[in-house]
Design a protein around this ligand. Structure first.
Ligand code: C2E
Ligand code: CA
Ligand code: CA
Length: 266
């Protein structure tokens, strides 16, 4: 897509939103103490008719630049919360995490919009966690008002890709986050790289010291998972556990993972 003019992108993306070329997939996060599903992170996909699947890292930044992130966010959030209700009706009691672009956070009324959508779709706000990227949200402290509004409404806040952006430890202390997601570049070389072990252990301790949930992303090997359990990391997500799933694949995955969990931890 990089060699196509951006104007073509804007037209194509408008069509994608209107004509249903976008869909959401959902990646499980599990509790490391017992293997139970704790929530699902919603990730957007674009099936472009000519190009095939286009990755979000290629089109989300362009949507931000061309004023299309608002419609994308609202569409994705509605889709995700509707899916939460469908799972609940099938007896799958879970929570959802949704990625928010820093651009959306510039709008002071954004927390009200999210709450309104939750109410409209009859989803308790406590079931939703928003994932924010520390690099993109810099300077975080300017968002204090907006972030506090989300927390007052009962919505959880995760700091995504932790360790790669600009945020200082002081900001982590001052801002009302509920979860820290340790970036997968620190997880990748566990447990062999001593420096990564030290960093990950420190972030887990830091998170716990501040009363936050520590989540490891990008968990791909059994050794990584076992190490994370030994240091008391709370939650894990990654290809070892599950790739992002189509909504209707969740029930099958749950049954399969329940069987696999004892092998992963023995
Ligand atoms: P992210 O929030 O850090 O999401 C995690 C990305 O890592 C996802 O890529 C996921 O498929 C991938 N991943 C998960 N487990 C593993 C693993 O074990 N190994 C490896 N190598 N990768 C893994 P994806 O779906 O391509 O999303 C990329 C980024 O695009 C996301 O990074 C997020 O920042 C953004 N994004 C995705 N969906 C949305 C959305 O609906 N709205 C916004 N604003 N941004 C989104
Ligand atoms: Ca995320
Ligand atoms: Ca991440």
């Amino acid at each position: 897509m990089s060699n196509r003019p951006e104007r073509t992108f804007v037209e194509g993306f408008g069509r994608a939103l209107a004509q249903g070329e976008l869909h959401m997939v959902y990646q499980p996060k599990i509790r490391l103490d017992c293997g139970a599903l704790t929530r699902l992170e919603a990730l957007v996909r674009w099936d472009e008719p000519e190009l095939g699947p286009v990755e979000p890292s290629r089109f989300v930044p362009l949507a931000e630049k061309h004023g299309l992130i608002g419609p994308l966010t609202e569409w994705g959030l509605r889709r995700t919360l509707n899916q939460w209700r469908a799972w609940r009706d099938q007896g799958l009691d879970t929570n959802v995490a949704f990625n928010i672009s820093a651009v959306s956070l510039q709008r002071l009324d954004f927390p009200d919009l999210v709450e309104r959508i939750c109410n409209e779709l009859d989803v308790p706000t406590e079931r939703l966690v928003l994932e924010l990227t520390e690099g993109a949200t810099q300077p975080l402290i300017k968002l204090m008002d907006t972030l506090t509004r989300f927390r007052i409404k009962g919505i959880g806040l995760a700091i995504d890709d932790f360790g790669t952006g600009y945020s200082s430890l002081l900001q982590l202390r001052q801002l009302p986050f509920t979860e820290v997601k340790i970036d997968r570049q620190f997880i990748r070389d566990l447990p062999d790289a001593h420096d990564c072990c030290v960093i990950v252990r420190s972030i887990v301790d830091l998170a716990h010291g501040l009363g936050l949930t520590a989540t490891a992303e990008g968990v791909e090997t059994v050794e990584q998972l076992r190490y994370l359990r030994t240091i008391g990391c709370d939650v894990a997500q990654g290809y070892l556990i599950a790739r992002p799933l189509e909504a209707d694949a969740l029930a099958g995955w749950t049954a399969e993972f329940d069987q696999r969990w004892p092998e992963l931890t023995s």
